[in-house]
Design a protein. Structure first.
Length: 207
């Protein structure tokens, strides 16, 4: 059975954040709130946990996971970002955007797009995320909590408990955080191309 933590969305309890990170470091899969919707997450490089997430969502090996990062400086460890892109990201992070960039060698090869060596990265504007990432001191490998047969992400932690109690290690109840996915922007294109419209303001990328 999964552990179930009720964490305050504005003032996360430090004890529960520490225990949540311990579960990640032990190879666990967690459900946690972001600034766009709830997400499934695990520690970067934890292959067995990543495969569990694939099974939960019924994803093939071509699905692109996202690295949820603490800040822009952490992004540059995992993605190759030129000066123009850096200025754009600086104005849009934290926020409900996922940016596709060429990956650095710090990213495990199995996470990369098979043809372009690309990786999705984001910095959520959510206090629980900030607390988790600050304690973990590395990105969380994540994907939206969108289950097979559902057209929208799950929003109710009690429903998550009913459906996924035996498939994950921790469910964080951080209250309602939305149900729109992030806006996805391909920063490897010139100019950048919006691949998916979501919660972020796509008009910022119009030229």
């Amino acid at each position: 059975m999964a552990q179930f933590f009720q964490i305050h969305p504005a003032n996360p309890q430090a004890r529960l954040i520490r225990r949540s990170v311990e579960i990640l470091l032990e190879g666990g899969v967690i459900l946690y709130p972001t600034d766009s919707s709830y997400a499934l997450g695990c520690q970067l490089g934890e292959k067995s946990a990543m495969e569990r997430i694939r099974r939960i969502r019924e994803l093939d090996d071509k699905h692109n996971f996202t690295l949820v990062c603490r800040d822009l400086s952490e992004i540059t460890t995992y993605a190759k970002i030129d000066n123009q892109a850096f200025r754009m990201l600086k104005g849009l992070t934290p926020g409900p955007y996922t940016f596709i960039h060429e990956a650095t060698k710090q990213v495990p090869r199995r996470l990369l797009h098979p043809r372009r060596k690309a990786i999705g990265i984001r910095v959520p504007d959510h206090e629980i995320c900030r607390a988790l990432l600050g304690e973990l001191d590395q990105p969380i490998l994540s994907t939206t909590l969108l289950l097979p047969g559902h057209d929208r992400p799950l929003t109710d932690p009690e429903e998550m408990r009913d459906l996924l109690d035996k498939q994950v290690d921790l469910i964080i109840d951080g209250g309602f955080c939305g149900l729109e996915p992030t806006t996805v922007v391909d920063m490897m294109a010139d100019p950048p191309v919006v691949l998916r419209l979501g919660k972020g303001d796509a008009t910022l990328f119009e030229h």
